[in-house]
Ligand binder design. Structure first.
Ligand SMILES: Cc1cc2nc3c(=O)[nH]c(=O)nc-3n(C[C@H](O)[C@H](O)[C@H](O)COP(=O)(O)O)c2cc1C
Length: 200
């Protein structure tokens, strides 16, 4: 039996905790994927404010859950094989920790380990507006190998609900680690409309 594809999901206390929750739900329907979840205490607090989910319900969606402070967990080691890690949403605090190699909790440690092993780390950063420090740490995280994917909604596919927007974003993040959960409305171009919008 081949090893399952392991995906590490971190949920932090930025707004948009539904993104991380939907990632877990979508991955349950993808064959041969094993999810590993770490939530920060701030994630749980934010989740209780902005969703109807409890921490227990979200933990139950993952194949394996890890404690935020357990810096000795399996995913804290480079010898643990994975497809990579998605932090959704990713707070300023955690983005800054990853950019600065500050790894005193399991979310920043697991991300740092994935980066040193040259595995994918997708940071669904959520803050607005941005000051120079935010922009600086986005650049530093990118230079370390992470993909900074701000949780910015596209409207070109005419989403009809918040869930549709969240699932599209979650699907685009999964694209970056090579998993297709079937939720991305893929642009097919506009045959015959190449000149539309040309005002010359
Ligand atoms: C309701 C709520 C919404 C928040 N939204 C954001 C946000 O969008 N971005 C952010 O960086 N922090 C946000 N925060 C603050 C973070 O939760 C806080 O900085 C926390 O220390 C992050 O820690 P963590 O990265 O370990 O989860 C929010 C907090 C609350 C309670």
């Amino acid at each position: 039996m081949p090893d399952p594809r392991r995906v590490i999901i971190g949920i932090t206390g930025a707004s948009g905790t539904l993104l991380g929750i939907r990632l877990l739900e979508l991955l349950r329907d993808v064959p041969d994927v094993e999810t590993h979840l770490v939530m920060s205490p701030a994630a749980v607090r934010t989740m209780l404010i902005e969703t109807d989910y409890t921490a227990d319900a979200v933990n139950a969606m993952a194949d394996v859950t890890h404690s935020f402070k357990d810096i000795g967990a399996s995913i804290a080691s480079g010898s643990f094989k994975s497809e990579g890690m998605i932090i959704a949403p990713c707070s300023v605090k955690t983005l800054g920790a990853i950019a600065g190699c500050l790894t005193d909790d399991l979310i920043s440690r697991a991300a740092d380990v994935c980066l040193k092993e040259r595995r994918r780390v997708v940071l669904m950063f959520r803050e607005t507006p941005l000051h120079a420090g935010h922009i600086r740490v986005m650049k530093e995280a990118t230079e370390a190998g992470a993909i900074v994917m701000p949780a910015v909604v596209g409207l070109y596919y005419q989403p009809k609900s918040v869930l549709e927007m969240v699932d599209h974003l979650a699907g685009r993040a999964l694209d970056l680690i090579g998993i297709d959960a079937g939720t991305v409305k893929r642009w097919q171009g506009q045959p015959g409309k190449a000149d539309e919008g040309d005002t010359r």
